[in-house]
Design a protein around this ligand. Structure first.
Ligand code: FES
Length: 148
């Protein structure tokens, strides 16, 4: 196999690699949680990747935690991603709301745009991210339970 063929094979294989973000049961149904991942870009340089994971029963939805209006995190209070009805994602800065299933903005200053989707899949009761290369798995779990 030539080097080019090998690297092409590597590229297509890397697209299939799934990295565990958290367990499915780490997020209660109808709740969302943020994660600060670190990925390797095309130049193998580390880049932060802030994501939102929404769990809805057995379904999960992922988006970049970046509001299309002002490029800030949606959760101005940590992990507060949902509106008061718990039915839409909401940006804490100016109150834009987004459909959970599509990320489309349906009200607020960024009406007509939407959140950037992140490919997630549930594999063996874990929520996994696809299509990126994580720099370190250890970076995915930055939260420490503080008791209750
Ligand atoms: S920054 Fe999100 S609505 Fe303005």
């Amino acid at each position: 196999m030539t080097e080019a063929a090998a690297s092409q094979a590597d590229a297509s294989e890397s697209e299939l690699i799934a990295y565990v973000v958290c367990g499915l049961n780490d997020i209660p149904s109808r709740r969302a949680r943020g994660f600060q991942l670190v990925i390797l870009d095309a130049n193998s340089e580390e880049k932060p990747l802030p994501i939102i994971v929404v769990r809805w029963g057995k379904q999960v939805f992922g988006y970049l935690n970046i509001c299309p209006h002002d490029r800030v995190n949606l959760d101005w209070e940590r992990n507060q991603f949902l509106d008061s009805n718990g039915l839409r994602l909401m940006c804490g800065k100016h109150g834009s709301t987004f459909e959970i299933g599509t990320g489309a903005c349906i009200d607020g200053p960024c009406l007509g745009s939407g959140l950037t989707p992140v490919a997630l899949r549930v594999i063996d009761d874990d929520i996994c991210i696809l299509g990126v290369t994580l720099a370190e798995d250890a970076e995915t779990e930055e939260e420490t339970p503080s008791g209750g």
